[in-house]
Design a protein around this ligand. Sequence first.
Ligand SMILES: *[C@@H]1O[C@H](CO)[C@@H](O)[C@H](O)[C@H]1NC(C)=O
Ligand SMILES: *[C@@H]1O[C@H](CO)[C@@H](O)[C@H](O)[C@H]1NC(C)=O
Ligand SMILES: *[C@@H]1O[C@H](CO)[C@@H](O)[C@H](O)[C@H]1NC(C)=O
Ligand SMILES: *[C@@H]1O[C@H](CO)[C@@H](O)[C@H](O)[C@H]1NC(C)=O
Ligand SMILES: *[C@@H]1O[C@H](CO)[C@@H](O)[C@H](O)[C@H]1NC(C)=O
Ligand SMILES: *[C@@H]1O[C@H](CO)[C@@H](O)[C@H](O)[C@H]1NC(C)=O
Length: 270
Amino acid sequence: MAILHLILGAAAYISLSAARLNAPHTSGACSKHDLGVLSCSSDSLTTDTCCVESPGGLLLLTQLYSATAGGPENTWTLHGLWNDYCNGSYPASCDNSRNYTDMAAILEDYDQQSLIDYMRVYWRNDPVITTTNGTDEELWEHEWAKHGTCMSTIRPSCYSNYTKHLELVQFLNEAVSLFKQLPSEEYLTACGIFPSNSTTYALADIEACFVRATGGYLPHIGCTGNILNELWYYYHLAGRVPHGTYVPTNTTYASTCPAKGIVYSPKPAS
Ligand SMILES: *[C@@H]1O[C@H](CO)[C@@H](O)[C@H](O)[C@H]1NC(C)=O
Ligand SMILES: *[C@@H]1O[C@H](CO)[C@@H](O)[C@H](O)[C@H]1NC(C)=O
Ligand SMILES: *[C@@H]1O[C@H](CO)[C@@H](O)[C@H](O)[C@H]1NC(C)=O
Ligand SMILES: *[C@@H]1O[C@H](CO)[C@@H](O)[C@H](O)[C@H]1NC(C)=O
Ligand SMILES: *[C@@H]1O[C@H](CO)[C@@H](O)[C@H](O)[C@H]1NC(C)=O
Ligand SMILES: *[C@@H]1O[C@H](CO)[C@@H](O)[C@H](O)[C@H]1NC(C)=O
């Protein structure tokens, strides 16, 4: 009896939470025109900021490559989804009242178990680069508080049927969805750039590899010393952070790697 109740309860709950996740947004409802306005364009300055990201109109999907972050062998992991200003500087921590905690419980509440499972493998804290000595959960909290709360199109007031944490759940989903479209380790190996401690690479070759893999766009390529460990892929966005159209663009931030002698180190699974 208890089990049957649980099953029926879960079934009813799934449809409710799925509906919540797909709930239409906006009080004023964005017009088709407004949803087609590209962030950082001059039109974006006069468009409802529930409908176009502004003033933080550069969206960055950032990745890490670090043994201390863990993840599967020789794979890049997700760092975050950021919005920079169009001039390359960036806002941070824009609404402390929405510094949410216990992301895993929130995702369970929204029936997002497969998202949590994926995040536990691919969205990993690096105790050196991201949050010092933090857990993966703390990285997710930090990324949301620092960057997610600055996104104009997912403010609670932009939803007509807002339920608590909906914008967070959409943010986490979008970050993972973009990450899945950017298999950096596959891009590199397709260019003959393999993890190795004995071979070094020139920045120009790594850059050319990403320009080819992305159809003409240059990400920010980051190193600590001569060790390759970060990638930031840039976009302009038409529409809202969830379900928007991400249009690739070039990095605004020069590489921090040396011109030659870059090491792409083998990374064990952990
Ligand atoms: C960059 O743009 C933001 C937002 O429009 C603005 O507040 C900031 O002053 C600008 N920074 C520079 C260096 O121009
Ligand atoms: C992080 O952990 C290291 C090793 O346990 C420790 O020495 C260091 O003090 C910790 N840092 C912080 C900021 O807690
Ligand atoms: C919210 O999170 C940001 C970024 O991690 C932090 O700087 C800020 O102090 C936090 N505010 C509160 C009230 O916890
Ligand atoms: C949104 O909320 C309004 C007002 O409570 C309600 O009439 C409408 O049916 C809701 N729409 C959806 C898709 O839940
Ligand atoms: C590569 O170098 C790193 C850093 O020195 C080291 O931790 C790792 O064990 C080396 N890996 C291999 C396969 O030699
Ligand atoms: C982006 O950068 C690449 C590589 O430098 C260059 O070929 C391309 O023209 C740039 N695209 C734009 C839109 O600036």
